[in-house]
Write a protein that binds this ligand. Structure first.
Ligand code: HEC
Ligand code: HEC
Length: 331
């Protein structure tokens, strides 16, 4: 615990340098005096949130990550934006700070950023709204709303705990070794029944909390779950996340329970649109198809592989094909 606090203070030191000069050189200077902890996981210490107006916004942002539906859900007290009662932390676990769980601790440093999906540079606020609209099936928060400013304040604050010069442990999800065969949704169904249904339900419906204001176990498909346009709907993306994070009670960061092939089969079953419906099944196309993620299941594609192969694999031939063209496959 002591080391975490020290790390936090170092992080805050880095933050002070950045905010005082606001340049990328400032970051480099801060990084030079901040040796990156490579082997340890990074944690935040919420007692270090400042007791001023910025701190109040950070605290509200953290609240919004954890109890999103309460504030901005379909019955939200601060406005009705989300189309479902899931919470950001359902996927970005521990309010975006858990290792290998779509970790958001360096997001504030990485935006504005070019996004192939939209074919343009997005701000972090616009990227937040993508998640409000797709996994949460909602309408965008006004960019200057108290809620959006709170999300951004929180992301800025958690970014002060990470090293600025290199990636940290758990910044990206665990990777998979792709099997030579396609992911098998039928096998995934059997695995789902054995490993997932006891919490997420036999029909992927999840489980409500006592007053039905949100979920104890969030839904995986159906009208209250994420849209097909969400990255969670991509088989590779979901399988990488499942590997570290599910079944919830059998994993710890860096200690998977499922094998890579099992995670892919389950993701193929959960995301099989022939048997599972989702809200708003329209496609969100990449304006430049060479930038399309290989496990995105809407054509047209900049290669000759079928929709089914893009969706379920095998992915190696696609990756190799792109390599021969001198291009890097995105996934
Ligand atoms: C159903 C799962 C899910 C939910 C719920 C969800 N997200 Fe996401 N989010 C994702 C995935 C998947 C990505 C893409 C991560 C990647 O490509 O590695 C993402 C990406 C992001 C990013 C970009 C991170 C980066 O550094 O590029 C931000 C910011 C973000 N989400 C914020 C939110 C917020 C805020 C909420 C709640 C309003 C939320 N997300 C809810 C799945 C989810
Ligand atoms: C012991 C209960 C439990 C089991 C078993 C379990 N989960 Fe979860 N799952 C959760 C909880 C709790 C969350 C939300 C995590 C959070 O908020 O921190 C979650 C979140 C998720 C999410 C992201 C949110 C969403 O609804 O889209 C997916 C996807 C998911 N689980 C898939 C699975 C799969 C697939 C399995 C089986 C391999 C599985 N889970 C097994 C409890 C469980």
């Amino acid at each position: 615990m002591r080391s975490l606090i020290v790390m936090g203070l170092i992080g805050l030191g880095g933050f002070a340098v950045i905010s005082s000069c606001g340049s990328s050189e400032g970051k480099t200077t801060a990084a030079a005096v901040t040796p990156a902890p490579e082997e340890k996981y990074i944690s935040i210490d919420t007692t270090l949130i400042p007791n001023d107006q910025f701190g109040a916004s950070v605290r509200y942002g953290r609240e919004l990550m954890l109890n999103t539906a309460r504030y901005i859900g379909p019955d939200g007290s601060a406005g009705k934006y989300l189309g479902n009662k899931m919470n950001c932390t359902n996927c970005h676990q521990d309010a975006g700070t858990k290792a290998f769980s779509f970790n958001l601790m360096s997001s504030h440093d990485h935006y504005p950023q070019y996004r192939g999906r939209e074919g343009k540079v997005l701000t972090l606020a616009e990227r937040v709204n993508n998640c409000v609209m797709r996994p949460h099936n909602g309408k965008p928060l006004p960019l200057d709303s108290k809620e959006m400013v709170a999300f951004l304040s929180y992301f800025k604050w958690i970014s002060t705990f990470v090293p600025k010069d290199k990636p940290f442990k758990g910044a990206k999800n665990l990777h998979l070794t792709f099997p030579d065969i396609a992911a098998n949704p039928q096998h995934g169904q059997l695995l789902y029944q054995d490993n997932c249904a006891r919490c997420h339900g036999a029909n992927g419906e999840g489980q409500w909390n006592a007053d039905k204001s949100t979920y104890v176990y969030p839904p995986l498909w159906g009208n209250s779950a994420y849209q097909p346009g969400s990255s969670m709907h991509r088989v590779i993306k979901q399988a990488e996340w499942l590997k570290n994070n599910m079944p919830y009670d059998k994993v710890a960061p860096g200690k998977p329970f499922l094998t890579d092939a099992e995670a892919m089969d389950i993701a193929a079953f959960v995301n099989n649109d022939l048997i599972h419906s989702r809200p708003n099944p329209k496609s969100f196309d990449y304006p430049h198809i060479v930038e399309k993620a290989i496990d995105y299941d809407h054509g047209p594609f900049a290669d000759t592989f079928s929709v089914a192969q893009h969706k379920f694999g095998p992915y190696k031939p696609i990756i190799d094909y792109w390599k021969t063209k001198g291009l890097k496959a995105v996934y």
